[in-house]
Design a binder for this molecule. Structure first.
Ligand SMILES: *Cc1c(COP(=O)(O)O)cnc(C)c1O
Length: 366
């Protein structure tokens, strides 16, 4: 294989258990349900395998982005409730209902057409999807809707930034809407607003009785700005490996790759790796990133090409064509995770994971 990821389903299950342990009994002693988010093919870990593992671990809800992702899980036999979080198009309504997917409704005018229990998204200040209507207006529309409101939800824009008031303001806005609905006699079964960060930094007032962790399930918690210490312990579930196609020695002065952006300053041993930006290796790792070769860091030299990446293995233990090196993972006490790769590439860990292309094979390990 040219390039593949090894996904530890045992690690994913352990991460799910760790989230459950943190949220435990919620604020009022009520159990907080954990809905793992498996959108974008489970952040590229493979939604079907990941969902089956999580269901075996007791997950009763899964969150996806769109109808198509929900249908894939149903067709693979998922029995959980599945929440479709990023809206649906009118021509997907039939598939949504036929596959017993649960929609999130984002605009009051869409309530008149809803025929199945739904969750309603409040834009509490993020300025993306969700209704910004006043509580009384929302209550009226919910009471007039032909199907029952099952969940009330919102999403935070800046939960990792403890120097900002935005999350506090969003929590307050959401609480006002919930209070307005309650005073109109509406009690949603589920109330939820927390993704990974408010779970990991224990912002309990934001948990409601359901939380929606994505990143944490795959082993990541982003650092918070001026925040408390995270209380959640998770570890990455994915290791990304790539095969060495060729090893060669070039003289001092030789140029490496497109644009000749690297010139060898000494006699250099180059290894050519069988993955490039078409596989999800960020193009910006050119001359900046590192990989792990036999338990030691080796720098990316030259530009990352579409299908190939060149590294300097002069200082590494002998490497041969056919050997595997690590783009993400740990070996010999050295590790590179998606956050580290993201820093090199000037992006975020989410984008690094979601960027791993479908042509990179997935192998499931315990
Ligand atoms: C993606 C997403 C999540 C999960 O976010 P993480 O930061 O990965 O935990 C939760 N809720 C919504 C609405 C999302 O779109």
């Amino acid at each position: 294989m040219r390039s593949w990821v090894e996904v530890s389903l045992g690690r994913i299950r352990a991460n799910f258990r760790a989230v459950k342990a943190v949220v435990g009994e919620g604020v009022a002693g009520e159990t907080v349900e954990v809905m793992p988010i498996v959108k974008a093919d489970a952040y590229r870990h493979g939604a079907v395998a990941v969902s089956h593992a999580l269901e075996a671990e007791g997950a009763r809800w899964l969150g996806v982005s769109n109808v198509e992702e929900g249908v894939v899980l149903r067709e693979a036999g998922s029995q959980s409730r599945i929440l479709v979080m990023a809206d649906f198009l009118e021509d997907e309504r039939e598939a949504l209902e036929a596959h017993h997917l649960t929609p999130v409704i984002h605009a009051l005018e869409d309530l008149a057409a809803v025929r199945v229990p739904y969750h309603l998204k409040i834009d509490s200040g993020m300025g993306r999807l969700g209704t910004r209507a006043a509580p009384q207006e929302i209550a009226r529309a919910v009471l007039a809707a032909p199907a029952p409101l099952e969940g009330l939800m919102t999403h935070f824009a800046s939960s990792g930034n403890y120097e900002s008031n935005q999350t506090g303001e969003q929590v307050e806005h959401f609480a006002r809407v919930l209070a307005g609905l309650r005073s109109a006699g509406i009690e949603p079964r589920y109330v939820h607003s927390s993704a990974t960060i408010p779970i990991a930094y224990r912002r309990r007032e934001a948990w409601g009785n359901l939380v929606r962790p994505g990143h944490a399930i795959y082993g990541y918690v982003s650092p918070a700005k001026n925040g408390p210490r995270p209380v959640l312990n998770v570890a990455p579930a994915l290791t990304w490996k790539v095969t060495v196609l060729e090893v060669k020695d070039v003289p001092a002065g030789a140029l490496i790759g497109y644009g000749g952006i690297h010139r060898a300053t000494r006699p250099t041993r180059i290894a050519v790796l069988a993955a490039g930006y078409a596989d999800g290796v960020p193009h910006r790792l050119g001359n900046r990133g590192q990989v792990i070769v036999k338990g030691k860091l080796a720098p990316v030299v030259g530009a990352v090409s579409m299908d190939l990446t060149t590294i300097d293995v002069t200082d590494c233990a002998p490497v041969r064509a056919g050997d595997a090196v690590l783009l993400l993972g740990s070996e010999g006490g050295v590790s590179i995770n998606a956050q580290q790769m993201a820093r090199w590439a000037g992006t975020i860990s989410y984008a690094v994971l979601c960027g791993i292309h479908a042509r990179v094979k997935r192998i499931y390990v315990d």
